[in-house]
Design a binder for this molecule. Structure first.
Ligand code: F6P
Length: 325
């Protein structure tokens, strides 16, 4: 296997708070261990276009506290084609990049896996997504910050919900996973969560309403995982139709969930996994995501990390049910 002298780092897919802390960790740990580090802008698009700059330790100064990603990001469709991948590979050759660290979610790590297979390029992944849907790591970079942002928003909405005695359906992100919805519902004391992993309530809207509002509660918060067909609007419309007496409102939190300064937890996770990526390269690890499980760094093969069935702890569904009476 060829010696690795230069490592390229990129962020890809949806940005997540803590990505900058991860870029900083990869850059500084890499330089400390004698590698050259090159920042690749706009994810795989920038790799294809050769938008690449060598980083010094100063280039990543003052970014650990900043949301978003200084490298910018993109969802590259070109990189999903043979032609695009070939251009990305050619660009790596031209810029003398021997290995890649990819910070991103499911789609980005799937891209890294395909690329590594096709061109035998060493790729290491860092779990960077607010969705927490990567298998094999307890948490992903950005998830904790987003969870806290949601809880802060729900606390605010509860003030007005209580004052007006209204039902609020609050839609949160998560793509196909219900982590953000389920955990934010528990943390904010919501009456219910509607998540993809537990569709038992899809046709039992009445159960939500009975669970609280018809007894003693005059207001109610339901957190709904985003969904093209049955998001918060869908439920609100149904309640309005079936229970016209209730005063119903909808809040879609949208992209405000993705911004903001990363929490201490996300900064530490990003620093540990970023540092771990460089150690993994030195140890000869290839094509794995660096995760943390039970406080230990773990190497998760890409194929395992991108499995779509990261299990949500089902006990939390029961806990939310029982605590929201
Ligand atoms: O994967 C992160 C995420 O924020 C998802 O929760 C959401 O479904 C999606 O990205 C939104 O993507 P975009 O910013 O491209 O609209």
């Amino acid at each position: 296997m060829a010696t690795i002298k230069t490592i390229g780092v990129l962020t890809s897919g949806g940005d997540a708070p803590g990505m900058n802390a991860a870029i900083r960790a990869v850059t500084r740990a890499g330089i400390a261990k004698g590698f050259r580090i090159k920042g690749i802008y706009r994810g795989y698009e920038g790799l294809i276009n050769g938008e690449i700059k060598e980083f010094t330790t100063e280039d990543v100064s003052g970014i650990i506290n900043r949301g978003g990603t200084i490298l910018r990001t993109a969802r590259s469709t070109r990189f999903t084609t043979d032609e695009g991948m070939q251009m990305a590979y050619d660009s790596m050759q031209k810029k003398e990049i021997d290995a890649l660290v990819v910070i991103g979610g499911n789609g980005s790590l799937t891209g890294a896996m395909e690329f590594a297979k096709k061109f035998d390029v060493p790729c290491i992944g860092l779990p960077g997504t607010i969705d927490n849907d990567l298998y094999g790591t307890d948490s992903t970079i950005g998830y904790d910050t987003t969870l806290n942002t949601i809880v802060e928003c729900v606390d605010r909405i509860r003030d007005t919900a209580t004052s007006h005695e209204r039902i609020f359906f609050i839609e949160v992100m998560g793509r196909d996973a219900g982590f953000l919805a389920q955990y934010s519902a528990i943390a904010s004391g919501a009456e219910a969560a509607i998540i993809p992993e537990d569709r038992r309530d899809v046709d039992q809207l009445e159960e939500f309403l009975n669970r609280g509002i018809r007894k003693s509660k005059k207001s109610c918060i339901v957190i709904v995982s985003e969904s093209p067909k049955c998001g918060a609007m869908y439920y609100a419309d149904r309640v309005k139709k079936e229970f016209p007496d209730y005063d119903v409102r909808v809040t879609i939190l949208g992209h405000l969930q993705r911004g903001g300064s990363p929490s201490a937890h996300d900064r530490i996770l990003a620093s540990q996994t970023g540092y771990g990526a460089i150690e993994a390269i030195i140890q000869g690890q290839r094509n794995v995501m660096i995760g943390i499980r039970n406080n230990e760094i773990v190497y998760v093969p890409f194929s395992e990390a991108i499995r779509s069935d990261k299990p949500l702890n089902k006990k939390l569904i029961k806990i939310l049910d029982d605590l929201s009476i």
